[in-house]
Design a protein. Structure first.
Length: 451
């Protein structure tokens, strides 16, 4: 994880928030490469959920919601973590994350000092709206995006004539006052979620739950994630959230071990029942195709962290390998014991898709490379680099996860071809400039991860 954290900073993926003031715990900033990667992960999920599913529509609800929402959802009462402190070293732990024997003996796992009793700690950030700081002005930062979907479900049925079964997808920020934030961006106080709520007829919920488990698994396969680094974890009775009938996590093998990446939950009709109760509004669905049958739908939720997905994609893509000498290496790189760090992003996720590199700055090669870049820019995320030996420039692009490099050399001037160099195999092909864009499109479409 240290290597990934340092590469993320060095290459402009992720910076510590407010670093010049010593950093802000639980918050991170996404740099030029990070924001591109995050946007592409979000776009891949959005496409999967909305474009590829006729029965799912999108939503972007406000972060600030009426405070009654969180009473109805059960978050005011139940969204707590068990907290213990060490009286000696002042370390703070989540009681469910330390060894049970330490908890039983009230012994600090770090210094052996005495632990306090376990107390409940609500994870919602509370603030005030308006000028008065009294109890009437309390408002929460949403701890999940899901509730924005539930309170809009009737609006969406009416405005978009949706019929059950159907889904609503949303990507947005969520906030949790996490007790322990470690492992880089894995668990943070401010993060982003990609959630989809699928509304179904009661009695069909188990079938849809299994269907969504299958679809979410297939999604990660399509993204080229190492499938032996993914597994299912079913929530036991003591892990199930207050609203859930059944829940499975997709776990990923992060450098610190297996951890939750995404949850698939059968939330029953709990949320809509509660909103009926708290708002006094009728949340029933009227099935016009079925004698106006009325019922409160069940909800199957798929809930993934966007920022946690970004960490997963970084870990999954990270590789170090020993490489033999490379053609066009310019002599100063590529000896037999050369090592490279490479991020094997799927080309559809890579922040830069293609880098254009003139072999030399002189003799018109730079101008020719700039022209090629200009052409490619309309359709691809491009980079241009003319500094240093070509081998070193390839390494820089490998480390940034750029899947394709185009090198312009003296032959290019004669026959209007360029070298297309592939990040994963480091193989090179000679391609006519006129065919470059089509070739890149085809390579992206047929991409298969080889390592
Ligand atoms: P945990 O029990 O680990 O605190 P959770 O089971 O409460 O997490 P969910 O409420 O199911 O998590 O959240 C859905 C998804 O949102 C998670 O799978 C994760 O990807 C993401 N997520 C939740 N909390 C955080 C956080 N603090 N930082 C980053 N991502 C988070």
């Amino acid at each position: 994880m240290e290597k990934i954290t340092s590469l993320a900073k060095r290459r402009g993926f992720v910076f510590q928030s407010s670093e010049i003031y010593g950093g802000q715990n639980g918050a991170w900033d996404y740099g030029p490469m990070g924001v591109e990667l995050k946007n592409r992960i979000a776009a891949a999920w959005w496409k999967e959920m909305t474009q590829l599913h006729d029965d799912i529509v999108g939503l972007d609800a406000a972060i600030l919601m009426h405070p009654r929402t969180w009473e109805a959802s059960g978050h005011v009462e139940n969204f707590t973590d068990p907290l213990v402190d060490c009286k000696k070293c002042k370390a703070r732990f989540r009681a469910d994350q330390i060894p049970p024997e330490n908890l039983a003996a009230k012994k600090c796992p770090e210094c052996g000092g005495e632990l306090t009793d376990t107390r409940k700690f609500n994870l919602m950030f509370k603030t005030h709206i308006g000028p008065a700081e009294d109890s009437a002005s309390i408002i929460y930062l949403r701890p999940e995006t899901a509730q924005g979907i539930y309170v809009n479900y009737k609006n969406i049925i009416q405005s978009n004539r949706m019929k059950i079964p159907f889904g609503i997808a949303q990507i947005g920020k969520a906030f949790r006052n996490e007790i322990v934030t470690k492992n880089f961006i894995f668990r943070t106080c401010e993060f982003e979620q990609m959630e989809m709520q699928f509304f179904v007829k009661p009695g069909t919920d188990e079938e849809w739950f299994n269907e969504w488990r299958k679809r979410r698994w297939a999604y990660y396969e399509k993204l080229g994630v190492k499938m032996d680094h993914l597994r299912w974890h079913q929530h036991g009775p003591d892990e199930l959230a207050h609203y859930a009938k059944d829940a499975y996590d997709i776990e990923y093998l992060f450098p610190m071990g297996w951890r939750e990446l995404e949850g698939v939950h059968n939330r029953t009709n709990y949320d809509l029942n509660r909103h009926t109760q708290y708002s006094g509004k009728d949340m029933q669905y009227i099935d016009q195709d079925n004698n106006n049958e009325r019922y409160i739908p069940y909800i199957i939720e798929t809930s993934a962290g966007l920022t946690r997905n970004l960490l997963m994609i970084l870990c999954d893509a990270y590789d170090e390998e020993q490489v033999a000498s490379e053609k066009n290496s310019g002599g100063s790189e590529g000896s037999a014991d050369d090592w490279r760090t490479v991020l094997r992003f799927h080309p559809s996720l890579a922040p830069v898709t293609v880098a254009v590199l003139p072999l030399m700055k002189k003799d018109g090669l730079a101008e020719m490379a700039q022209d090629i870049r200009k052409e490619l820019k309309e359709d691809f995320a491009t980079d241009y680099d003319q500094g240093g030996a070509i081998g070193r420039r390839y390494r820089r692009q490998d480390e940034a996860g750029t899947p394709f490099c185009v090198t312009v050399d003296y032959q290019s001037k004669e026959d209007h071809t360029v070298t297309l160099r592939f990040r994963d195999s480091m193989e090179q092909a000679r391609v006519p400039i006129a065919e470059l864009a089509a070739r890149l499109r085809q390579e992206i479409k047929s991409y298969k991860r080889i390592k």
